[in-house]
Design a protein around this ligand. Structure first.
Ligand code: ZN
Length: 100
């Protein structure tokens, strides 16, 4: 008897998100928090949880609160937060309280 059936091989292609350090905060179009930043998304071929082969990368916008993300586009970018705006600080302290 051979043991081939007993060796678990776990593989997958998880995506690692690495912020690119864009200092300008952006407003999320979905949750309206100032939490969108530029990031590099890289997909790895992973075997038994060890990243082996980079499968390609792309630049994205990602919201750290609601996880909204979109690929970087040449003619569009999320709205920049305007610090001169004196309105209510909606979203700065996190998501709005949920009604009970
Ligand atoms: Zn968001």
């Amino acid at each position: 008897m051979d043991l081939f059936f007993c060796i678990p091989i776990i593989f997958g292609c998880p995506t690692k998100i690495k912020p690119e350090g864009d200092p300008t905060p952006r407003i999320c179009p979905r949750c309206h928090n100032v939490a969108v930043q530029r990031a590099k998304s890289r997909t790895w071929f992973e075997l038994c949880f060890v990243p082996l082969i980079p499968m390609g990368s792309k630049h994205i916008w990602i919201c750290s609160i609601c996880q909204w993300s979109v690929p970087l586009q040449p003619n569009w970018e999320p709205q920049q937060a305007n610090f001169g705006y004196q309105g209510p600080p909606y979203g700065v302290a996190g998501p709005p309280p949920r009604p009970h």
